[in-house]
Design a binder for this molecule. Structure first.
Ligand SMILES: [Zn+2]
Length: 134
């Protein structure tokens, strides 16, 4: 495979994924909605060892449903969300896939927090849906 590349809107933050994702999920939770300014986020679970970044991200320390911190990294210049890290997934980063240069071939496997999904939004073909987290 060729490495997938992505970055923020202004280009200050760029990254490469050195391996295919371990999981691909759409999340409808209220935090993803607020952070993205959209109605869901498209997320890739990547081993931290397979993630390379140039440029600095700023961090917002959010709190997940579990009560554990969720470190939400974003570009301080343009505000694009880049990734999240959570204590529940040590050694993994959750990359915000809307920031990829190309998302061809990335088929979501699951949708989570569908309790919060917009009622007019059809289920995404090929996914298993979960009302809350997996
Ligand atoms: Zn930026």
């Amino acid at each position: 495979m060729t490495d997938r590349k992505g970055g923020c809107l202004c280009g200050a933050v760029r990254y490469e994924l050195k391996a295919e994702p371990r999981g691909i999920a759409i999340c409808h939770c209220t935090h993803c909605r607020r952070q993205s300014g959209s109605l869901f986020s498209f997320n890739l679970v990547i081993r931290e060892a397979d993630y390379r970044q140039s440029g600095e991200t700023a961090v917002f320390i959010d709190t997940g449903d579990s009560g554990q911190p969720v470190l939400r990294h974003f570009c301080a210049a343009c505000g694009s969300p880049i990734l999240a890290k959570t204590a529940l997934m040590p050694g993994k980063v959750v990359v915000k896939a809307g920031t990829l240069d190309n998302t061809d071939g990335l088929q979501p496997q699951i949708e989570i927090y569908t309790d919060h999904a917009a009622t007019w939004l059809a289920p995404v073909a090929g996914t298993t849906r979960f009302a809350q987290n997996v």
